[in-house]
Design a protein around this ligand. Structure first.
Ligand code: B1M
Length: 209
């Protein structure tokens, strides 16, 4: 099955094979979201578990992440093409001190797939950059991703920075990432926590409607 092959090649960090298999799946008419979720994300999830159990280490994780990103790059236009054109404007980034961007990139892709215009601020993004971008670019939503328990607190600073800049009532703040919870979202006064990229895109669409 092609999904299992894609997953296995992501786990092995074989970028060229991943690209070839993803292209093959596209040519076979398999929906881009299935290729993403059942192939690429599955492979990265396996690597994540192995990393947690010390069965693989940082270099293996890095090559797997690179292979996944090569595959997702091929899917990006397809996911975006399936969506309706620019329903709203969002800025997204991984918070200051945090370099994890795979989940953030998935959220971005899913949102683009829903027809949202997404400004990608990258990783290690300061609260000020989130807020200035939202203000200058008229974004309806600020999306913050964090993968570390040591960086998720920056999300509270984003909420405070939006308040200080006087734009808190004009912008929704969405948060997510593995250590983030709904309780944390309520605690810091953000507008929504979603556990995965697909539900983040659904929620964003709801906010801009
Ligand atoms: Co890092 N890392 N890492 N890492 N890494 C974790 C997160 C960790 C849980 C591993 C572990 O110890 N078990 C752990 C954090 C522990 C903690 O904080 N409690 C950890 C650590 C400790 C570290 C370092 C400190 C390691 C070190 O150097 N000693 C270091 C920190 C660097 C830094 O950021 N300053 C580090 C480095 C790295 C790599 C560079 C090697 C690499 C990142 C590569 C990259 O992103 N370009 C890496 C990776 C890959 C991981 C794991 C293995 C996988 C993360 C991932 O990409 N998952 C991770 C272990 C794990 O998760 N099992 C781990 C797949 C991705 C699709 O999931 O990002 O959760 P995720 O996104 C999900 C949802 O969370 C959600 O949507 C996605 C799915 O649909 N989502 C949102 C994400 N953002 C959202 C935003 C939303 C809504 C939903 O709204 C806005």
């Amino acid at each position: 099955m092609i999904f299992e092959d894609i997953s296995a090649k992501v786990q092995a960090g074989k970028s060229k094979d991943v690209v070839a298999l993803v292209q093959q799946a596209i040519d076979e008419g398999i929906p881009a979201q299935d290729i993403l979720n059942k192939g690429l994300v599955d492979g990265m999830n396996v690597i994540g578990e192995k990393f947690k159990n010390n069965e693989v280490f940082v270099p293996e994780v890095l090559v797997a992440a690179r292979a996944m990103n090569k595959g997702t790059a091929l899917l990006k236009p397809l996911l975006a093409a399936e969506g309706v054109k620019a329903n709203g404007k969002v800025c997204i980034g991984t918070v200051q001190g945090d370099l994890h961007d795979i989940g953030k990139n998935l959220v971005k892709m899913m949102m683009e797939g829903k027809g949202l215009e997404v400004i990608d601020l990258g990783t290690d993004v300061s609260p000020e950059t989130f807020v200035e971008t939202a203000k200058n670019e008229n974004c309806q939503i600020i999306c913050c991703s964090a993968l570390l328990t040591t960086t998720m607190g920056v999300m509270a600073d984003v909420v405070k920075a939006a308040e200080a800049a006087g734009i808190r009532d004009q912008v929704k703040i969405m948060i997510g990432g593995a250590p983030v919870t709904d309780a944390f979202c309520q605690q810091i006064g953000a507008d929504a926590y979603t556990p995965d990229a697909a539900s983040a895109a659904d929620k964003a669409l709801e906010f801009v409607a």
